[in-house]
Structure formats: C-alpha cells, structure tokens
Design a protein around this ligand. Structure first.
Ligand SMILES: NC(=O)c1ccc[n+]([C@@H]2O[C@H](COP(=O)([O-])OP(=O)(O)OC[C@H]3O[C@@H](n4cnc5c(N)ncnc54)[C@H](O)[C@@H]3O)[C@@H](O)[C@H]2O)c1
Length: 274
C-alpha cells in the first residue's frame, strides 16, 4: 500500500487531496498547526471507505525539526513515503509592498517559500534513502509572472516556488536520486485562504470586482483535488506541471460566464470558515 504525506492538510486543498488519496486506497498522513482540527479531519477522512489508514501529527513547516518529525512519524506509521506534498500556505494582507511590515513579509516567505524548500530538501533525502518517490510543490498567483496590487510578496514566493521546483527536478535527475519532482497548479479555489491573511490572523475583504472574477475562474477545492490527485497517481515523469486552470480553460470560462451564474460567496458555503 502506498503512503502520501501532505503538509497543511487539516482543511482546504490539502484536506481534499487527502480524501481523494484515501479513496484510492493510500495510507494518508495529514499534518497542520492545530491538533483539534487535525483530529476532526482524521475523523472525516475515516468515514471514507478505503484499504488505507489515516494518521496525523502536528507540523509547523516553518520549523525544520517539525518537518523532520513528520518524516519520522510517517516512516514509523507506514514504513515508506511514496508521495510528499508541500501544500501548507498562507495569503498576505492586501497592501502594497511598502506598507507591509517586516514581520508580515517574513511570515509569508517563511511558510510559502522556506517551508516548501525545507520540506522538499528533507523529504528528498528520505525518499532517496528509501529507493525513490515523488515530491510536489504548489504553484499560485505569481508563478507565471502575473502581478496584482496586494499580492506581491505572496506572488514573489510562488514565482520562486516555480523556479525552485524546476531546479530541484533538474538536480534530482542529474544526481539519479530516483525521486521525481513536480508542480501542482490549482488555479483559484474557494477556500479560507482567499479571505484570510497570515494564516487566520487577518481578514481580507474581497472587492465585488474580485468576487466576480473568482466566481468565473474559481472552483471548490474538492473538484481541483480530484483532478490533481488523479494526475499525480498516474504520473511517473520528473519535472511535470499538473495544471487545473489552463489558459484555455480560463478563456472558456470568461467566454461562457454570461450563462454560468455562480455565487461562491453566499452564506452557506461549506468551504469557508473552517
Ligand atoms: N485558494 C486558492 O485560490 C489558491 C490558489 C493557488 C494556490 N493555492 C495554494 O494552495 C495551497 C493550499 O491552500 P488552501 O487554499 O487550501 O488554503 P487554506 O488556508 O484553506 O489551507 C492551508 C492550510 O495550511 C495550514 N498552514 C498555514 N501555515 C502553516 C504552517 N506554518 N505549517 C503547517 N501548516 C500551515 C493552515 O492551517 C491550513 O490548514 C497553498 O499553498 C496555497 O498557496 C491556493
């Protein structure tokens, strides 16, 4: 039986990916910052029929000791890690660069960039030792050079994640580690991430214009997770980019938006406020 480890997986995309891996009979290790939320997530995951098992442990990806503990924990539970996903991420406050404090900048870079770099480094060493596996990092706004006021530090980290992941894939191949490395591009998802900055420390008030764009281009995380996990399970190649919202799909969404009246921001959205 195969094992997947996902960081930041008590809710949102990470949690939805865990569900799909579970449906595909993987052992699933979820990890996040809050024990209560992890416990609840485990209970929900266990309602899904599967031959695999679910385990959780706390892991703050800004602490490399926590990442090492997560690796040791997964190995102890399930012997070998087959897929490792650096999913944990935070959004930034909606401010221009010069209005962000040094603490706010550090917060975003430490989770979104350094967390994924250390996760990749430590996971690669372990996967290589155990004969191989796969590591995936999550792209986001800015990965393709897009720019928008209020998303520049987040965008800087995601642009760097794209470069970093490509570089890791190249080095992994050159050194014959037997570990494949890839990028996941989830597009826009209607999760707590889009309305919260710096974890859940600060609210983001989305403008009506932004909501309109999200209603056209956005998707619920379960839809995106289903696609990403199906592709990851099939994938055997190094250096891939698995993208949900392709340019073609985005153009089609805008063209047909007059017929598709979606409203993700109604009061009963089960994906927000978790
Ligand atoms: N929502 C979107 O539109 C969108 C779009 C593109 C990419 N992404 C990326 O997808 C990933 C998941 O985002 P999401 O939308 O599910 O967000 P989310 O806020 O719903 O979930 C993120 C999870 O990461 C956890 N987390 C935050 N800081 C952490 C830390 N230091 N250590 C461990 N866990 C931590 C949170 O507790 C939370 O459970 C992120 O990397 C994000 O940048 C999101």
């Amino acid at each position: 039986m195969k094992t997947v480890v996902i960081t930041g997986s008590a809710r949102g995309l990470g949690f939805e990916m865990a569900k799909v891996f579970r449906k595909n009979n993987f052992n699933v290790v979820i990890s996040d910052l809050n024990e209560e939320k992890l416990k609840k997530a485990k209970e929900e995951l266990e309602k899904i029929e599967s031959d695999g098992k679910v385990s959780y442990t706390l892991c703050n990806v800004t602490k490399s000791d926590d990442i090492s503990n997560l690796i040791d924990f997964a190995k102890k539970e399930f012997e070998k890690i087959d897929i490792w996903i650096n999913n944990a991420g935070v959004n930034q406050p909606e401010k221009p660069i010069w209005e962000l404090t040094e603490d706010e900048i550090n917060f975003v870079l430490n989770v979104d960039l350094k967390g994924a770099i250390m996760g990749s480094k430590l996971a690669l060493l372990q996967l290589q030792k155990d004969g191989g596996g796969a590591i995936y990092n999550i792209e986001g706004y800015g990965s393709n050079d897009a720019m928008m006021l209020g998303l520049s530090i987040y965008g800087t980290s995601k642009r760097a994640i794209t470069y970093f992941t490509d570089a890791l894939a190249k080095e992994s191949q050159e050194k014959n580690t037997n570990v494949i490395v890839g990028k996941l591009s989830p597009g826009i998802m209607i999760t707590d991430f889009i309305v919260n900055a710096l974890g859940d420390k600060e609210k983001i008030n989305l403008s009506e214009k932004t909501k309109k764009v999200y209603n056209i281009l956005g998707d619920y995380p379960d839809v995106v997770a289903n696609f990403l996990v199906t592709e990851m399970i099939k994938n055997t190649k190094n250096g891939v980019r698995i993208a949900w919202l392709t340019n073609k799909k985005a153009a089609w969404r805008f063209m047909t938006s007059g017929f598709n009246k979606r409203d993700f921001f109604s009061d009963n959205n089960k994906y927000l406020g978790r």
